[in-house]
Design a protein around this ligand. Structure first.
Ligand code: FE2
Length: 236
């Protein structure tokens, strides 16, 4: 038996790209993995969306892959469906178990996967809210509650502000500023309380790498921050 492997990728948006991202042509190493290996999605998982046959088909397809899929929530999730699952404890943090091998890592949690510590914090503000419908394609729970922000800080305190990986959907205020200066199409994105919250954490936390998604690019940023879209990166 080999060591555990962890891979990470960015937004899936449900049936739009789950089949392409994880098929054996795009992710050939996938077939060598086992249920003790993890593939993490940094938000906008999107397979709890309409709760329909199409969602079920792809959830089943993904469950039957050789690895265990972990995801944080993005802004494009149906939070009503997601939060209907019972909260469980797993590897030191809170989860929703969607299927036996698809696990939602909740906000503000720390997970220990063998010797690696992960801090997870999903959610983000949608930039296309005017075009979306409440409870059909937009959910207010895309933004964290005060209790979730507090829980995140509390859990970081508990591990003395040292983790291996941070996994978020949106990014720190510094990263957002960098992106707006380097990508013209991102210079309209408004800073909100989540970006400030992550900046505060970034200033205090010792971490090896901070992965986030949401902006649909693959790009390394200063301070070990890394924007992910369709790249599949091996962490360990
Ligand atoms: Fe997003």
């Amino acid at each position: 038996m080999g060591r555990m492997s962890i891979y990470i990728t960015g937004d899936i948006h449900g049936s739009i790209s789950v089949g392409k991202r994880f098929n054996s042509k795009n992710f050939p190493v996938g077939k060598t993995l086992t249920k003790n290996d993890y593939v993490i999605i940094a938000g906008d998982f999107g397979l709890l969306w309409a709760g329909d046959r199409e969602d079920r088909y792809w959830l089943n397809w993904l469950t039957n892959k050789p690895w265990t899929t972990l995801f944080i929530d993005g802004n494009h999730e149906n939070f009503n469906l997601l939060e209907a699952y019972p909260v469980e404890e797993w590897k030191g943090g809170k989860i929703h178990k969607i299927t036996p091998s698809i696990i939602h890592l909740m906000r503000g949690q720390i997970f220990e996967l063998e010797e690696k510590k992960l801090f997870t914090f999903g959610g983000a503000a949608s930039h296309d809210k005017p075009y979306r419908k409440v409870d059909i394609s937009w959910w207010p729970r895309e933004m964290p509650s005060f209790a979730e922000y507090e829980e995140g800080l509390h859990n970081l305190e508990q591990c003395s502000w040292k983790v291996d990986y941070v996994i978020t959907h949106t990014c720190s205020a510094d990263a957002l500023k960098w992106l707006s200066l380097n990508f013209e199409k991102l210079n309209h994105v408004d800073k909100d309380q989540m970006h400030d919250y992550f900046n505060e954490i970034k200033g205090k936390l010792e971490y090896e790498k901070w992965f986030f998604g949401h902006f649909h690019h693959n790009q390394e940023l200063p301070e070990h921050q890394h924007l992910l879209y369709d790249d599949m990166i091996k962490l360990t």
